[in-house]
Design a protein around this ligand. Structure first.
Ligand code: CDP
Ligand code: CDP
Length: 238
């Protein structure tokens, strides 16, 4: 399958990372969670005390900071899939903080932020997708991979689920991490982020015309992965 690229998009907590990670393991491909780039920029904006409405300064920052995503080994045994560095500082867990969750969609809607992050993603995707890197391919997970970043990917998946199910999943994850948040708050945050991501001018969240859509609402993670593997077999057989 060339280029050896799998593009996965979908809204928050639809299960895209879980299915993407499963596919990457099955294929020995690199797993690239592109949301961590947008989260890293957002962390840097908050850390620098820049106002969220200051688009010129945020755009400039996105072009200047150096974000590195390193494979998990060697890494602390804390459940991370990758280590995220901003100008050398390990921010792997900081970028998952609720403040970043709330601000990330605003920062991600800015054109200069998108073009800087899209360039990074394409460089990495082309290197791995052409079979010239240490893994034979790459799985990219995000919001605009199939539509904008890598429309040439032979396999495009769009993972969806109802907002209620997605909020339940996020709420459960937060409870397991010992964070007390009301379910209604998690649902409201998810719906707000979906709306900003879907309604923005630059590369809004939507399925590519040729994406295989998988609804994970009533599927377990294993069943969703099985549906994704079936879609892969169809592409390989064509
Ligand atoms: O894990 P979750 O689905 O909650 O979010 P994420 O994938 O980490 O993405 C965080 C945010 O980054 C999204 O809500 C989008 O605003 C933005 N994003 C984007 O605009 N384009 C991408 N390719 C990936 C993420
Ligand atoms: O990457 P995204 O934000 O779309 O979601 P995720 O982090 O892959 O998954 C969110 C949660 O839903 C995780 O706790 C998964 O175990 C769970 N889940 C899933 O991924 N797929 C299902 N079909 C059912 C649950």
């Amino acid at each position: 399958m060339y280029p050896a690229i799998v593009a996965i998009d979908g809204p928050a907590a639809s299960g895209k990372s879980t299915v993407g990670y499963g596919l990457a393991r099955a294929l020995d491909f690199l797993f690239f969670d592109t949301g961590s780039l947008y989260r890293a920029v957002t962390w840097a904006v908050l850390d620098g005390g820049i106002l969220l409405g200051n688009e010129p300064e945020i755009g400039q920052l996105a072009g200047e900071i150096w974000i590195e995503i390193q494979p998990p080994q060697p890494a602390p045994q804390d459940g991370r899939h990758a280590t995220v560095l901003v100008d050398g500082q390990d921010v792997t867990w900081q970028i998952r903080a609720p403040e970043v969750d709330r601000a990330v969609s605003t920062v991600s809607a800015y054109a200069e932020v998108r073009s800087a992050m899209t360039d990074r993603q394409r460089q990495i995707a082309r290197r791995y997708g052409s079979g010239q890197a240490e893994r034979p391919g790459i799985v990219l997970v995000g919001r605009d991979i199939g539509t904008v970043v890598m429309p040439e990917a032979p396999l495009k998946l769009y993972i969806e689920a109802t907002a209620a199910v997605r909020a339940q999943r996020r709420h459960q994850e937060l409870c397991e991490q010992g964070k007390e948040v009301a379910y209604a708050q998690v649902l409201a945050d998810i719906e707000r982020r979906d709306r900003i991501d879907s309604e923005r001018t630059h590369s809004p969240l939507r399925p590519a015309a040729d994406a295989v859509r998988i609804d994970s609402s009533e599927r377990t993670a294993a069943e969703t992965l099985a549906a994704a593997l079936a879609a892969l077999r169809t592409v390989l057989a064509a």
